[in-house]
Design a protein. Structure first.
Length: 357
């Protein structure tokens, strides 16, 4: 194996390539970035207690989510503006995800239209329809929101992932220092284009509520997952309102700073949901052992954001492929050493937790 041998080295290689303004945009978070750091350090505080002599055999990291097969319990989280990292942007990301056989959650604020993203994935995944979910910021203009949903449906997306933790934009002081608040000339968000061709700005509104989730359920037959759930009561409400899944997430530390690390809240969310809907997690996943810890604490799978962008910046499609391949190898290794063959069989007693609860 040549080049970076883990995700940290991919990050280092990418950040050496990116100019400072774009690097700050991808790497940074809200205010003091306490949550950004905490997402990663929380995994380090968790210990694995492997079982021995289980006779489990060679692991298969495949999982099924909402009827969708994924080659491993790792999805690509929705991250905006991939063309800031590489000229091919989300086109390259889509091909890498399809080649890896895992689920891409395509961002509403992508720099490539969802129709083109799906087309690129189909170039690679020729034997079956590539699994793509679409991330949605519910807009106060429900007519415009419905138009976006219809585009996602027509493009072949299999689920909607509603980002629920963004009633306003988090304060990014790195971007303020760099005066970086708009895309460079030539880049846009085509998913926000109207029929006349004009591209709208996304609207983040504190008026978005559970009634909008009910409206969305009546508007589409696609399963709806809620992303950005941190409070156990909200996880229960999500299940009560017909969500098909919840994603435990603090937006990678980019919204409200000093929220707890996602992995720290995962067991409480799992206890609250009681198996009614599948749980996913994002935030701070950098190793295969992190994935196994998340599985043990109640997640069906995890999603990665910044590592995908760093792989893209490092080497385009090949860089994203490398990130996914490295993580898959580490997951298989960790499952083997822990005595498990099936990701779905991992139990909570595999993890020794510090006294948070």
């Amino acid at each position: 194996m040549t080049g970076p041998v883990n995700l940290r080295e991919v990050e280092q290689a990418a950040r050496a390539i990116l100019d400072k303004v774009r690097d700050d945009y991808f790497a940074g978070g809200a205010q003091d970035e306490v949550t950004v750091r905490g997402n990663e350090s929380a995994f380090e505080r968790l210990a694995l207690l492997p079982r021995v002599l289980t006779g489990a055999g060679e692991p298969s990291p495949e999982v099924t989510l909402l009827g969708e097969r994924a080659s491993m319990p790792v999805l690509l989280a929705p991250t905006a503006f991939h063309e800031l990292a590489h000229p091919e942007g989300e086109r390259a990301t889509a091909r890498a995800a399809a080649a890896a056989g895992t689920i891409l959650i395509s961002a509403m604020l992508s720099t490539v239209a969802i129709e083109d993203i799906a087309a690129e994935a189909r170039k690679v995944s020729t034997e079956h329809e590539p699994p793509i979910w679409f991330q949605l910021y519910l807009q106060p203009d429900l007519g415009f929101t419905e138009a976006i949903v219809r585009r996602a449906e027509a493009a072949g997306c299999r689920a909607l992932v509603v980002t629920a933790d963004s009633p306003a934009l988090g304060r990014h002081e790195r971007n303020d220092r760099n005066d970086f608040h708009d895309l460079p000339p030539g880049m846009k968000c085509p998913n926000l284009a109207e029929q006349a061709g004009e591209v709208r700005n996304v609207v983040l509104s504190p008026e978005i509520s559970w009634r909008h989730i009910e409206w969305l359920r009546e508007t589409t037959s696609l399963p709806i997952l809620l992303k950005g759930v941190l409070h156990p009561d909200d996880a229960r409400l999500a299940a009560d309102h017909g969500a098909a899944g919840v994603i435990v997430s603090n937006h990678g530390g980019r919204q409200l700073d000093t929220t707890p690390p996602s992995i720290r809240l995962l067991p409480r969310i799992a206890d609250a949901v009681e198996g009614r809907v599948p749980i996913l997690l994002d935030g701070g996943v950098r190793r295969g052992t992190d994935v196994v810890k998340a599985l043990a604490l109640g997640a069906r799978a995890v999603a990665i954001g910044r590592p995908v962008v760093w792989g893209l910046a490092y080497d385009g499609e090949a860089g994203v492929t490398k990130v996914l391949d490295l993580l898959r190898r580490e997951i298989v290794n960790a499952l083997t050493l822990c005595g498990y063959a099936d990701p779905a069989a991992v139990r909570r007693d595999l993890v020794e937790e510090p006294p948070w609860r």
